[in-house]
Design a protein around this ligand. Structure first.
Ligand code: ZN
Length: 135
């Protein structure tokens, strides 16, 4: 079951510059900065009520974030939905015709198991499913 919007991911060119902007917006500092080497990104997380904002900066040219910014510029990159059982949701959505980028969950930032759905099957919106990693 999809439970809520967990976070919104925003692609940025420079994390330090953008951290300052979002600190000013929320009047509160980020609560976490994390390098996700497998994805070629450095991320920061801000709390916004029950939701979060994730800023993503590429750490190499092959990073999906570098490619996104080259194509579209900075901006909203993905919407992440919290799910209670990610493997079940992947199967459910695949059966409904959604194109999967990840057929198996993988480790993401902020201690989550994640999987992405291809934006081509969801109106141009990159969707991330995420489940709290309790292992
Ligand atoms: Zn995310």
């Amino acid at each position: 079951m999809i439970q809520k919007i967990e976070h919104i991911g925003i692609a940025v060119k420079d994390l330090e510059t953008s951290n300052a902007i979002f600190e000013a917006l929320f009047d509160e500092a980020y609560y976490k900065i994390e390098d996700v080497e497998s994805e070629g990104v450095k991320t920061s997380f801000f709390k916004c009520g029950p939701n979060k904002i994730e800023l993503l900066q590429a750490t190499n040219q092959d990073s999906p974030i570098a490619k996104f910014i080259a194509k579209k510029g900075e901006g909203v990159h993905h919407i992440a939905f919290a799910v209670d059982d990610i493997e079940l949701e992947i199967k459910r959505l695949a059966a409904k015709g959604f194109r999967l980028i990840n057929e198996m969950p993988k480790n993401g930032a902020d201690n989550k198991l994640i999987a992405f759905l291809h934006p081509k099957s969801s109106n141009g919106v990159l969707i991330e499913l995420c489940q709290e990693n309790t292992k």
